[in-house]
Design a binder for this molecule. Structure first.
Ligand code: GTP
Ligand code: MG
Length: 197
């Protein structure tokens, strides 16, 4: 059977409950948005194939529950991630303060060379903003990670996240080299082992 993509990247969304992780994933995968808050139970994922540098890249994006009671399940998924997006809500100071705790979680449970990016979501809600863009940028500089403000509602920067984050160079599968998928070899690549299925 002909393969439909050249590379497979496994990404993870983490952050406090209610910051908009599921909405960001829905905007990215289905270009839709829902105002109803349905808190994620455990873990879920969506797939989208994008084109990067002329290659077909399949993104498998795992969406984790922000609620504390699911922490054991969700941290089990850190190890296999090639990239982790840390999301906070620009209208919620606490979710921003917690980014440092989420980073600590990554340090404990993810591969040491995992690519990280901080996203300040809900930036359409300017009148309720509690965290300035400068503070977000500064935090990202402190941790030496990429940063973008996004809005799952208005779509702002949602496509840019993946264009900036998912470069073949940065998500090189730990070795610094892109992980190329071939039909026969794909099963052997440790990054794509799925512990749920
Ligand atoms: P958990 O699954 O509990 O971890 O939460 P979550 O981070 O997945 O939050 P979710 O995506 O479900 O969004 C929570 C609420 O915020 C919903 O009511 C969304 O409609 C709203 N929301 C998410 N993103 C945005 C955004 O960019 N702008 C605005 N205005 N609202 C948003
Ligand atoms: Mg969710």
């Amino acid at each position: 059977m002909a393969k439909t993509y050249d590379y497979l990247f496994k990404l993870l969304l983490i952050g406090d409950s209610g910051v908009g992780k599921t909405c960001l994933l829905f905007r990215f995968s289905e270009d839709s948005f829902n105002t109803t808050f349905i808190s994620t139970i455990g873990i879920d994922f969506k797939i989208r194939t994008i084109e990067l540098d002329g290659k077909r890249v399949k993104l498998q994006i795992w969406d984790t529950a922000g609620q504390e009671r699911f922490r054991t399940i969700t941290t089990a998924y850190y190890r296999g991630a090639m990239g982790i997006m840390l999301v906070y809500d620009i209208c919620n100071e606490k979710s921003f303060d917690n980014i440092k705790n989420w980073i600590r979680n990554i340090e404990e449970h993810a591969s040491s060379d995992v690519e990280k990016m901080i996203l300040g979501n809900k930036c359409d809600m300017t009148d309720r903003r509690q965290v300035s863009k400068d503070r977000g940028e500064k935090l990202a500089i402190d941790y030496r990670v990429k940063f973008l403000e996004t809005s799952a509602k208005s779509s702002l920067n949602v496509e840019e996240v993946n264009q900036r984050f998912c470069t073949l160079k940065t998500l090189g599968g730990g070795s610094g080299k892109p992980v190329k998928i071939t039909d026969k070899k794909s099963k052997r690549i440790k990054f794509f082992k799925c512990s749920l299925l």
